[in-house]
Design a protein around this ligand. Structure first.
Ligand SMILES: O=P(O)(O)OC[C@H]1O[C@@H](O)[C@H](O)[C@@H](O)[C@@H]1O
Length: 288
């Protein structure tokens, strides 16, 4: 599809005919699914793969792909009553607008637009997702919404539901979240403050973290830093062995191999129609 001295981008087909882009570049390899507009893998040359993708992920319409970076938009979790989890962007097919290579990175632009087709969120929308993959991963979604019923404000929540690959959840800390305030979706208690010794077990927490957070993997001797753009919280999620049985698309022991650290606007807020908003994240890996 696109080829140069430093790499190539090839179009491929995943199960169920989902189209994807396979990136081979001097600084990284990566896979991006157009279904969900979802980065499935990013593997910078000097490190192990950064994203976790389930071996038993289900590639099926109306089902989110378990792993990589699902885009939760225009709502996150169950914030929109009766609408199901995490919005429709992760189960919609995005359009490829452009794919370019230079010596530093590849830049892929995807778009998603629609017109009030979802009864739970009956608004028009236009999203442009810019994905830059090189030594770093940077992802930004610029979007606008419109409303045919002439409302000036529209409800929205969102998240980048990133699955980070780790040696084992026992070996992982996220120091900036240690003893920080969070709302717990396991016990449904708000405003808790607790140590975070590792990320093993059933964890579902909304931290009020608006700036960068670093995952430290003490066995793989690496740090993964997530720098958010325009998000108010970071969600930390893992089903643990307590809950993993509820998921038919996580391979055996898979829950010990990842942690989800998700820059999010986790609560519905009203956004203005016809105004451009941007959300995003940059991910960097360093050896320790
Ligand atoms: O199974 P899904 O829809 O991908 O959601 C997985 C998890 O996603 C997390 O972000 C939520 O906080 C959890 O409550 C949820 O279980």
């Amino acid at each position: 599809m696109t080829k140069s001295d430093v790499g190539e981008i090839v179009q491929t087909t995943l199960a169920e005919g989902f189209e994807a882009l396979v990136v081979k570049h001097q600084h990284c390899n990566a896979t991006i699914s157009l279904y969900g507009g979802q980065i499935l893998q990013w593997h910078p040359s000097e490190h192990k793969p950064v994203l976790w993708l389930s071996d038993t992920a289900i590639y099926q319409k109306n089902k989110g792909i378990r792993g990589g970076i699902p885009v939760c938009w225009p709502w996150f979790s169950g914030t929109l009553p009766n609408a199901g989890a995490h919005g429709f962007a992760r189960t919609a097919t995005w359009q490829l607008k452009s794919a370019d290579i230079n010596s530093d990175c590849v830049e892929i632009v995807l778009t998603l637009a629609g017109n009030s087709e979802n009864p739970h969120w009956p608004h028009s929308y236009s999203l442009t997702q810019t994905i830059i993959l090189g030594k770093e991963l940077s992802q930004r979604i610029d979007f606008t919404v419109e409303d045919e019923t002439s409302h000036a404000m529209v409800p929205l929540s969102n998240a980048f539901h990133t699955y980070f690959s780790v040696s084992h959840t026992d070996n992982v800390t996220v120091p900036v979240l240690d003893n920080q305030r969070y709302d717990c979706k396991v016990t449904w208690q708000d405003g808790l403050v607790n140590p975070l010794k590792n990320v093993t077990g059933f964890i579902d927490r909304i931290y009020y973290q608006q700036t960068a957070a670093t995952i430290v993997d003490h066995k793989w001797q690496r740090k993964i830093t997530v720098e958010p753009l325009n998000t108010q919280q970071m969600v930390l999620w893992n089903p643990g062995k307590e809950k993993v049985g509820e998921f038919n698309d996580i391979h055996p022991n898979g829950e010990t191999e990842y942690v989800c650290l998700e820059p999010a606007n986790a609560f519905l807020s009203e956004i203005e129609v016809n105004k451009r908003y941007s959300i995003g994240q940059t991910i960097r890996v360093t050896a320790i």
